[in-house]
Design a protein around this ligand. Structure first.
Ligand SMILES: Nc1ncnc2c1ncn2[C@@H]1O[C@H](COP(=O)(O)OP(=O)(O)OP(=O)(O)O)[C@@H](O)[C@H]1O
Length: 230
């Protein structure tokens, strides 16, 4: 075949795409006990891309986030994250992998109530097998405007502060993938903008891949790529 600029470009683009894919889902099916099977379209997400998972309530967004985060093994299909077939890993290795590579933000903050904000971040560092790094904790909390809450217990935080503490915990280990489930649910427009700014800025600072699941139409204008869950 004659070598010309066009087919060279095609080859380079294809190779780049393949090596940069950070999440690859194929043939995924999940069935809750007694429920119908949820089937998901195949998905490839290039490293650093920001993706919105959009779908009606009950369509399976949370289920899919849990599957790609290593929390819920599908009945069928493969899940590759950063080149690893994650459900082929031992439970211990999968825990460490998740702690190092994936930052999760759930609908509820799920902070440990008996620990201060600082201690919650220290256990997140420990869970990923990293050494406790108090400088990093202060850096992240300051960035998220929570520096003065470092010794506070979760019960003393406002809803917005709790959510920012959950974002701090998700980004503390500079994960390659940041996953947020309905981060703007029940927030007013101003706070929705703030939370999205935080997530996008945090992801951009470390070139992280950002995945947000929502049925909040306000988020749509901020994220370029859409994966429809139906
Ligand atoms: N623990 C469970 N046991 C049984 N069925 C479940 C369970 N969790 C979810 N489901 C069902 O699986 C389907 C997908 O749920 P999922 O929470 O993934 O949807 P979602 O798109 O995230 O919804 P929402 O936008 O309301 O959060 C729904 O029909 C739901 O009822």
């Amino acid at each position: 075949m004659a070598i010309n600029a066009k087919n060279l470009l095609n080859r380079i683009t294809m190779q780049d795409y393949n090596t940069n894919t950070v999440i690859r889902l194929s043939g995924i099916k999940y069935r809750y006990r007694g429920g119908e099977s949820l089937d998901f379209a195949d998905l490839e997400i290039p490293s650093g891309q920001h993706t919105l998972m959009l779908g009606d309530s009950g369509s399976g967004k949370t289920t899919l986030l849990h599957i790609l985060s290593g929390l819920l093994q599908p009945n069928e299909g493969t899940v590759q994250v950063a080149g690893e077939d994650i459900y082929a890993l031992s439970a211990r290795k999968l825990d460490a992998f998740r702690g190092q590579r994936i930052g999760l933000i759930f609908q509820e903050a799920h902070l440990v109530k008996s620990l201060t904000v600082k201690e919650n971040l220290q256990i997140a560092q420990g869970f990923a097998g990293a050494k406790v790094n108090n400088d990093r904790i202060l850096e992240v909390l300051t960035l998220l405007n929570l520096g003065d809450k470092i010794y506070s217990y979760p019960s003393k935080l406002s809803r917005g502060q709790m959510q920012r503490a959950a974002i701090a915990r998700a980004v503390i280990n500079r994960p390659a993938i940041l996953v947020a489930d309905e981060p703007t649910a029940s927030l007013d427009d101003r706070n929705t903008e703030r939370v999205l700014d935080l997530l996008i800025t945090q992801a951009e600072q470390h070139g992280a891949t950002l995945i947000i699941a929502t049925h909040d139409k306000r988020v749509k204008s901020r994220i370029e790529h859409i994966y429809q869950v139906s």
